[in-house]
Design a protein around this ligand. Structure first.
Ligand code: AMP
Length: 441
């Protein structure tokens, strides 16, 4: 399947060629034809699957043809597509996607989010835009001041809907929905489909087509996942040891708290490791700078909290490290989805102390497999391993049992372990970490 076979128009095709996209990703292949046909879509897809292009390409294409068919000059400056997204970073990235895919069209778009002065945003809105990408709070704020005209919206996208609800945006979303016309094409994307999202989808979408690429429980195949049992007090030294290995080209490290992220990044910097942190207490410009430095590989290690890191689109992070395990197992899937993006291999390493065994159990239940344990390191916590062994029987899920049968009784864990047996110390770990390197074509 090619983009041409999906009937993508010339100016968009040209932009996709410029971006180096040869073939549509599965979510693009599934969603684009329905969206071009005017259907509502409920997309179950994680970031990293190409979902932004899956909705922005057909929106651009339909707006271009609507514009060609419209005689009214006035219509040309009204908001016709609204994309709601939970975070500033994600909003900027979606804005960048519209810039890229719409580069050879005359469509105008802008991005509005909080935490920065509204002047540039209101100036852009006054000039008129076809596409508006927004976070809910700033959108309502600007609407309250009379800068937003919702009455011409034909396309409404709710992106990362599960995250929106997690972040407490449900009331804002409901207020926004009341303002936009009932007659519209609606797209809802979510990495997970809890009951709340299913109900929201039922109330928002009209006879939607459901497209699904990677169920949240099946973590991306290209990511190698490993677990380290370590005492809480040893996690810092373990991390330092890992980061001293040159195979860790770039690492996104997850910390549960903002304070923890700052402390960790400071400790790493003091130890001579090129590190920075990103979290909600930092100003928008500081966050953008940290992100940009990390993308340009000026910073090797970025310590982040979940909310700040959600949607970060950096295609070549070799390693994701869970310094703390997340409270919500689905967050584990989102976190490790930051590596292994766009055809790259990736490695996800998770640290687990004895108080986190319950969280580990929930993660393993969700992903339907045991994460292979690396025990050959200085800080291995026997107590954790013993506690985990006691729980192991209750973790085995039908899914992992099935894979065991398919593998002739050798689980993933067995395979990885046999590869590391007999190796000691850093070299042994290095063998695993090499997996973060670029896949050969
Ligand atoms: P997303 O899931 O929208 O965050 O996209 C993940 C990454 O995949 C982004 O860096 C996109 O630029 C890239 N991408 C999207 N579609 C394609 C495609 N068809 N071919 C190659 N890369 C793509």
């Amino acid at each position: 399947m090619t983009f041409k076979e999906l009937n993508i128009i010339e100016p968009v095709l040209e932009a996709l060629i410029k971006e180096g996209y040869d073939t549509p990703t599965p979510i693009q292949e599934q969603a684009i034809p329905f969206l071009l046909n005017g259907r509502d879509v409920l997309g179950c897809a994680q970031t990293g699957t190409g979902k932004t292009a899956a909705f922005s390409i057909p929106i651009i294409q339909k707006l271009v043809s609507d514009k060609l068919n419209s005689n009214s000059k006035k219509d040309k400056t009204k908001i016709k597509a609204l994309i709601l997204t939970p975070t500033r970073e994600l909003a900027s990235q979606i804005g960048d996607s519209f810039s890229k895919y719409g580069a050879f069209t005359s469509l105008k778009h802008t991005v509005v989010f909080g935490g920065v002065s509204q002047k540039a945003q209101t100036n852009a809105l006054k000039k008129g835009v076809d596409i508006l990408v927004a976070t809910p709070g700033r959108l309502l704020d600007l609407a309250g001041q009379g800068y937003i005209n919702f009455s011409n919206i034909d396309f409404f996208v709710l992106d990362e809907a599960d995250r929106m609800l997690d972040m407490g945006f449900i009331n804002d979303i409901e207020k926004i929905i009341k303002k936009i016309p009932a007659q519209r094409q609606t797209l809802l994307f979510s990495a997970t489909m809890p009951t709340q999202i299913t109900s929201l989808a039922e109330s928002l979408l009209d006879n939607p087509v459901r497209v699904e690429v990677t169920p949240v429980s099946s973590t991306v195949d290209t990511i190698d996942q490993y677990l380290y049992f370590a005492k809480k007090a040893d996690k810092g030294s373990l991390l330092m040891d890992i980061l001293n290995d040159k195979f860790v080209e770039s690492a996104l490290i997850f910390s549960r708290t903002k304070h923890g992220a700052d402390k960790l990044s400071k400790n790493l910097s003091n130890a001579g490791i090129n590190a920075d942190s990103i979290h909600g207490n930092k100003s928008q410009s500081a966050r953008e700078k940290s992100l940009s430095n990390f993308k340009k590989k000026k910073t090797r290690v970025l310590v982040a909290t979940d909310i700040a890191a959600r949607g970060i689109d950096i295609s070549q992070i070799s390693h994701v490290i869970n310094y703390d395990l997340p409270e919500d197992p689905e967050t584990y899937v989102h976190r490790i989805g930051r590596t292994g993006r766009a055809g790259y291999d990736g490695t996800a390493l998770s640290f687990c102390d004895v108080s986190e065994i319950g969280l580990l159990k929930s993660i393993q239940k969700l992903i339907g497999r045991e994460i292979p344990v690396i025990s050959e390191h200085e800080y291995n916590c026997e107590e954790c391993a013993v506690k985990m062994t006691r729980l192991r029987k209750s973790i085995a899920s039908p899914k992992s049992a099935k894979r065991d049968v398919e593998n002739g009784g050798n689980s993933d864990q067995g395979k990885k372990y046999s590869g590391s047996k007999g190796r000691k110390g850093k070299k042994a770990r290095g063998q695993f970490w090499q997996k973060g390197k670029r896949k050969s074509a």
